[in-house]
Write a protein that binds this ligand. Structure first.
Ligand SMILES: [Ca+2]
Ligand SMILES: [Ca+2]
Length: 272
């Protein structure tokens, strides 16, 4: 197949992908394991020393989306730097909290899977027993963990409690969601760890239909390269020309299906 015919056929393929319903990317509307996830700790009860940050997160199924889309809304509260006030002081805590509100975004399929398995693990740790220390305010106890409509706790004195181990599981998950998915290779635009047709669809969806932008790439890919020699490209810039456009989707498809060149590395070192 000569180059002209090959590129024309790839453009036809790209146009076909664009004209297909978005459900194409994930294969339809399968039954879902859960519809919402709410996790919240209140800094008014102080910071758990083992955690260092407090998360408020709500993940909810977007109405009518097919395939299902989960929207993450999150804010992270960390101790500020006001003097040496201990933020565990109930009366001063509000003054020394720094809140970062993240813009809402759609979770990737991999993140949803991670959310489900991690929530299940945490759920298994719920202690359904009265708390003998309920008069003490314990910042290491989750305040609200509402998963699929099942409420684990309304407060530190509720009868269902999540021990610190479970809180750590959930905060590790939320920290991963806070950072967002990261790809190890250029072209893994949806960040699921593989480069395949779904990444071309994902890129086209972002370029032309307002879908989510390609995930970033891991910053540790070129650990030994001095910054002045570091050459990086944005994830999805398959041909490495500095722009992300239709030609990159074609380039990726060409590599996947027509033995074209592999997408340029996400980072390389120009050092001789
Ligand atoms: Ca991928
Ligand atoms: Ca490009």
């Amino acid at each position: 197949m000569n180059g002209t015919v090959r590129n024309a056929s790839l453009l036809v393929l790209a146009a076909t992908l664009l004209s297909s319903p978005r459900a194409h990317a994930s294969g339809g509307c399968d039954p879902l394991p859960f519809g919402s996830f709410v996790y919240s700790q209140e800094p008014a009860f102080g910071f758990c020393p083992e955690l260092g940050a407090v998360y408020r997160a709500q993940i909810a199924l977007k109405d009518g989306a097919c395939p299902a889309e989960f929207i993450l809304e999150m804010s992270v509260l960390e101790e500020g730097t006001r003097g040496v006030d201990p933020c565990l002081d109930l009366h001063s805590v509000v003054d020394c909290v720094k809140e970062t509100v993240l813009p809402p975004r759609v979770l990737t399929d991999v993140e949803v899977s991670d959310l489900f398995s991690t929530s299940t693990a945490a759920w298994g740790l719920i202690r359904d027993e009265p708390d003998p220390n309920c008069e003490a305010i314990d910042p290491c106890v989750v305040q609200v963990f509402d998963w699929g409509g099942i409420r684990a706790s309304d407060g530190p004195c509720d009868t269902a409690r999540l021990p610190l181990e479970g809180v750590e599981i959930l905060t590790d998950l939320l920290e991963r969601l806070r950072r967002g998915p990261l790809a190890a290779e250029n072209g893994d635009t949806n960040g699921d760890g593989a480069r395949d047709l779904s990444d071309a669809v994902y890129l086209l969806d972002w370029l032309f239909r307002g879908g989510p932008r390609p995930v970033g790439t891991r910053s540790s890919l070129c650990p030994d390269c001095p910054p002045e020699h570091l050459v990086t490209v944005q994830n999805g810039d398959s041909n490495g020309d500095g722009a992300r456009d239709l030609s990159d989707a074609v380039y990726l498809l060409s590599w996947l299906f027509l033995a074209g060149s592999e997408p340029v590395p996400a980072c390389s070192c120009s050092r001789p």
